[in-house]
Design a binder for this molecule. Structure first.
Ligand SMILES: [Zn+2]
Length: 262
């Protein structure tokens, strides 16, 4: 499922392929991908316009339209983008396809259809109306600490709570907690200042490192958990075996030796 690093990679992909080109046509190939806007409204706002810039907030990507307003892309479980020239290179689950005046296409591909496409007025109002927390990469330590302060739930669930912080999901919460050496069931309110600082530092480092590696968990350095996130695998620190437990209604992977329960 795309998390913050994946969506940052999509943002850079849009920036490097699709900005400042005239949009010739759009095609909604499956209407289930639409959130509120109709296919007709998308056509009205996009056709003849251009993408001027893009912004990311957590797992949400916003693309600014020259005609005013923004295109919203949310990648759900299996969403991705593909820029290509020849029709035969269209990805197999393209749901929404934009064709530029230069003959190239940008497709929103989404096999399982939990992704969404929409038109919104502006990103800040959208973030507020959806009650989304701040993007963790936009926070300094005091801001991060303030988000977690007094939270009584387990830290893994708190990191994944999109009204606390936006963009961290099941995969990267495991990595962040492994790097910070915190058990996933630890209650956020039990973390002392030193543990919170470690958690903040590792959140920044893990997300930046993942972006640098193209958001491919398997491509992360050997000191990371994600390339071997399977039960019974040797811990990257060679002090035990990776275990899985249910946490926050999801499967958490962690090392009992590195992340002891307090
Ligand atoms: Zn370990």
């Amino acid at each position: 499922m795309p998390e913050l690093p994946d969506v940052e990679v999509f943002k850079r992909y849009v920036d490097s392929t699709s900005l400042h080109q005239n949009i010739d046509t759009i095609e909604v190939k499956d209407k289930r991908i639409l959130r509120n806007a109709s296919a007709r409204e998308l056509e009205r706002d996009l056709k003849g316009s251009k993408f001027e810039s893009s912004k990311r907030h957590g797992k949400y990507l916003f693309v600014e339209l020259g005609s005013g307003g923004w295109l919203l892309l949310h990648f759900g479980m299996t969403g991705s983008l593909q820029y290509y020239k020849n029709a035969e290179d269209e990805p197999p689950h393209a749901r929404f396809v934009i064709t530029f005046a230069n003959g190239y296409h940008l497709a929103f591909d989404d096999q399982r259809m939990f992704g969404k496409v929409d038109l919104i007025g502006d990103p800040d109002s959208f973030v507020e109306s959806e009650n989304l927390g701040p993007d963790p990469l936009a926070l300094d330590f005091p801001g991060f600490r303030e988000r977690l302060e007094g939270k009584r739930g387990a830290i893994k669930a708190t990191l994944m709570n999109q009204s606390v912080l936006v963009g961290i999901g099941n995969i990267y919460s495991d990595e962040i907690l492994f790097q910070a050496r915190i058990h996933p069931d630890t209650r956020a309110v039990e973390l002392d200042e030193e543990a919170l600082k470690r958690l903040f530092d590792e959140t920044q480092r893990v997300l930046h490192e993942a972006i640098e590696h193209g958001a491919d968990p398997g491509d992360l350095p050997d000191s990371f958990l994600l390339p071997r996130r399977r039960e019974g695998e040797e811990c990257p620190r060679s002090n035990g075996k990776i275990k899985k437990i249910k946490a926050a209604g999801r499967t958490a992977y962690y090392c009992p030796a590195c992340q002891p329960k307090k």
